[in-house]
Ligand binder design. Structure first.
Ligand code: AGP
Length: 610
C-alpha cells in the first residue's frame, strides 16, 4: 500500500505535501516523490528519492519548488523495485501529465504492450506508468474526459491523484477498491489516501465512492461516476488526531493490521486465481517444465514465518503430492542439506531480510536448488537473490508481531500448492472448482471472525490473569497452535507452548492443572473426535479450556469449556480464520496486561543479525 497526497489552494503546495507525506509514511516507505506545477504553469518540478521521505524532504529544501498545485507519493513497491525511476509521480511522453497511484493495475502488461506498439516510451518497471500515457493518448483538450477514458481501460485497484500542465487549476482524484478522501479547507483542497495526511489542515472530509472520481478547481470539488454522472458526495467532520488516524482509529498498529486480514487475503489472491482455478504469479520465473522436474521441496524460515512454512507443508503435500521438508533456516544452513537440481527451496519471510533465512537460500542456490521466496517487500535481499518471487501484497506491517503477513503467506501458499499440483494434474477438476470458490469466499469468513472481536476480547480479559497457556491443534491446525502460542508469548510475555494435541499425553499433560489453561482448536476436521477426547483428558486435570469451534457445532455440548465460534469452512481452509481468532485473543490478553503491543521488549521487526 502507498500514501498519496494532492494539494490545490492559495498556499504554497510543497511544504504541505512534505508534511503530509511524513504522516503517510506508515503506509509505505521504500521510495517517495513529488511533482509541483510551478507558478508560471509552464514547468513542473519533479523530485524523487529511493529512500525514506526525509531524504526527499532534504532535497526539496535545497531548492523548494514554488506553486499552488502539486502531488506527492510515498511508496510500498508492488511492481518494480524501490528505485528513483520507479518512484512516483509518473508521467507521459510529453512530461505534462503527472500521476501518483496506490493499488495494483492487473492488466498493466497488456496495456503497456499496446501503448509501446503505438509509440509510447516507458521508463519505469511500474504498473502505474500506463496511466499517464493512456491520459496523453485520450487528451483532446479535456483533461477530465481523458482521465475518464484512461481509467475505463484499467482492471485492478487504484487510488490516484492527477494533474497536468494543460490545466493549472485542476486536480483530479479517482478510486477503485483503494482508499481516497478529499479534504476541504479554506480556499484549499486536499486529495489523500486517508485522513492522516490532512488532519492538521482540515477535519472536513468529502468521501469518494467506489469507482468515482473528483475534479477539484478553485470553485471546489465536483464528484462523478466514471461515466460522468454527477454524484452528491457525503461530507463528514473527523474527530481523530494524527496519531489515531495513522492507526486507522485503532489503539495499536497490531489491532489495525489484524483487522486488515480480510483485505489482505483479497490482495494476496487478486489477479492470481481465475474462476477456473488457474494460478498465475507475476514474478514467478519458473516454467511449468521446471516445476514438473521438482522432486522434493524444502522450506526455510524463522519464527512466525517458520510456522507458515510448516502449514505450507500440509497444503502442498495435500494438493501436489510432492514431499516437503520444513526446517528453521538457522538449522538448515549449517547441516549440509541434501539438495540437487531437482530440489525447490522456498524461502518464507515477510521482511525478506532475516539473516538466517537469507543465508539459507544462498546455501540452497550454491548447492544447485531452484529458489522461490515468498515475501512482502519488493526488492528485498531475498527477492533479489531468488529465482522467483511471490509477493504478499499485504502492505507495510508496522507492528513487530506478524499478523496480516502470516495470513498473506498462507493465502499465497494455497495458490502455490494449486500451481505445483496443476502441472502434475493432481487436483480433480471438481475439487479445484470447490477450492477456488472457497478461497474466494475466505475474505468473508475472515471478516466474520473480526466481527466476533468483542466476544474474544471478553474471554481474553478473563484469561489474562494466567501465567501459562498450552495451545493444541491437529492436522493442518497444528502449525496454527504453534503460531497462536508464539503470538501470545511474544506480545504478553506469558509462557505459552503449542503442541500437536495427540502429543499432550506423552509428557506435557503433566504440566496441567487449574492454573494452566489450554486453548484447543476444535473446528470441523477429520480428527475432531480425537480432539474432543484430548479436551476431555485436559478437563480431567482441571485445566480451564478455551476451544475454537465451528459455528453451530454441538461437539462440546455439556462440557465445561469456553467456546469461541468461528465460521464453518472446510478443514483445509480453516487455518486462516482460526489464526485470526488466535491473533485477536493474544492481542486482547496483551492489551489487558498493558503490554507494549506494537513494540514488545527484546524483539525487532526484522532480525537481520544471526
Ligand atoms: C513474528 O511475530 C516475529 N516477530 C518473528 O518471529 C518473525 O516472524 C521472524 O523474525 C521472521 O521474520 P520474517 O518473516 O521477516 O523473516
Amino acid at each position: 500500500m502507498c500514501g498519496i497526497i494532492g494539494y490545490l489552494g492559495e498556499r504554497p503546495a510543497t511544504p504541505i505535501i512534505m508534511e503530509s507525506l511524513k504522516r503517510l509514511e506508515y503506509r509505505g516507505y521504500d521510495s517517495a516523490g513529488v511533482a509541483i506545477l510551478n507558478e508560471d504553469a509552464h514547468h513542473t518540478s519533479v523530485v524523487k528519492s529511493a529512500s525514506k521521505v526525509d531524504t526527499l524532504i532534504e532535497r526539496l529544501q535545497e531548492d523548494m519548488p514554488t506553486g499552488h498545485l502539486g502531488i506527492g507519493h510515498t511508496r510500498w513497491a508492488t511492481h518494480g523495485r524501490p528505485t528513483v525511476i520507479n518512484a512516483h509521480p509518473h508521467t507521459d511522453c510529453t512530461g505534462k501529465v503527472m500521476v501518483i497511484h496506490n493499488g495494483i493495475i492487473e492488466n498493466f502488461a497488456e496495456l503497456r504492450r499496446d501503448l509501446e506498439q503505438r509509440g509510447h516510451v516507458f521508463v519505469s518497471e511500474t504498473d502505474t506508468e500506463v496511466v499517464p500515457h493512456l491520459i496523453e493518448e485520450n487528451f483532446r483538450g479535456d483533461l477530465v474526459g481523458a482521465v475518464r477514458a484512461a481509467l475505463a481501460k484499467l482492471r485492478g485497484t487504484y487510488a490516484m491523484a492527477i494533474f497536468s500542465q494543460h490545466d493549472p487549476d485542476l486536480l483530479i482524484g479517482a478510486r477503485l477498491n483503494a482508499p481516497l478522501v478529499v479534504g476541504i479547507g479554506e480556499k484549499e483542497w486536499f486529495i489523500a489516501s486517508d485522513i492522516t495526511a490532512i488532519i492538521p489542515y482540515t477535519k472536513k472530509v468529502l468521501l469518494i465512492g467506489e469507482g468515482e472520481m473528483v475534479s477539484v478547481t478553485p470553485l471546489g470539488p465536483e464528484v462523478s461516476t466514471l461515466a460522468g454522472t454527477a454524484v452528491k458526495p457525503k461530507i463528514i467532520e473527523v474527530k481523530w488526531d494524527v496519531a489515531q488516524a495513522q492507526k486507522g482509529g485503532y489503539v495499536h498498529f497490531m489491532a489495525k493490521e489484524i483487522n486488515e486480514a480480510s483485505e489482505t487475503v483479497s490482495n494476496a489472491l487478486r489477479g492470481r486465481l481465475s474462476d477456473e482455478g488457474e494460478v498465475t504469479f507475476e514474478d514467478f520465473a519458473l516454467t511449468d517444465r521446471q516445476l514438473l522436474k521438482i522432486r522434493d521441496i524444502k522450506m526455510v524460515a524463522a519464527g512466525t514465518s517458520y510456522y507458515a512454512a510448516l502449514l505450507g507443508k500440509y497444503i502442498i503435500e495435500d494438493l501436489a503430492r510432492v514431499p516437503v521438508e520444513v526446517e528453521p533456516a538457522s538449522e538448515f544452513r549449517y547441516r549440509q542439506p541434501i539438495i540437487d537440481e531437482n530440489t525447490l527451496v522456498l524461502g518464507i519471510s515477510q521482511s525478506g531480510e532475516t539473516a538466517d533465512t537469507l543465508a539459507a537460500i544462498r546455501e540452497a542456490r550454491r548447492l544447485g536448488a531452484k529458489v522461490i521466496s515468498i515475501t512482502n517487500v519488493v526488492g528485498s535481499s531475498m527477492a533479489l537473490e531468488s529465482d522467483g518471487v511471490i509477493y504478499l501484497h499485504a502492505g507495510p506491517e508496522i507492528g513487530v508481531a506478524s499478523t496480516k503477513t502470516f495470513v498473506a503467506h498462507i493465502a499465497c501458499l494455497y495458490l502455490l500448492g494449486i500451481r505445483i499440483a496443476a502441472v502434475r494434474h493432481r487436483i480433480p477438476p471438481e475439487r479445484l472448482r470447490e477450492l477456488t470458490a472457497a478461497l474466494k469466499q475466505l475474505p468473508g469468513a475472515v471478516h466474520d471472525v473480526l466481527e466476533s472481536a468483542p466476544a474474544i476480547q471478553e474471554l481474553a480479559r478473563t484469561y489474562a490473569r494466567y501465567q501459562n497457556f498450552m495451545y493444541m491443534g491437529r492436522g493442518i491446525n497444528y502449525p496454527i497452535a504453534l503460531e497462536g502460542a508464539l503470538k501470545l508469548k511474544e506480545i504478553s510475555y506469558l509462557h505459552a507452548e503449542g503442541y500437536a494435541a495427540g502429543e499432550l499425553k506423552h509428557g506435557p499433560i503433566a504440566l496441567l492443572d487449574k492454573g494452566f489453561p489450554v486453548f484447543a482448536i476444535a473446528t470441523a476436521s477429520q480428527t475432531l473426535e480425537k480432539m474432543v477426547s484430548n479436551i476431555q483428558e485436559v478437563l480431567a486435570r482441571d485445566a480451564p479450556v478455551v476451544a475454537l469451534v465451528s459455528r453451530g457445532s454441538q461437539v462440546l455440548q455439556g462440557m465445561t469449556v469456553d467456546a469461541l465460534e468461528v465460521p464453518a469452512v472446510s478443514e483445509f481452509l480453516s487455518p486462516i480464520p482460526n489464526v485470526v481468532a488466535l491473533q485477536l485473543f493474544a492481542y486482547f490478553v496483551a492489551a489487558e496486561r498493558g503490554c507494549n503491543v506494537d513494540q514488545p521488549r527484546n524483539l525487532a521487526k526484522s532480525v537481520t543479525v544471526e
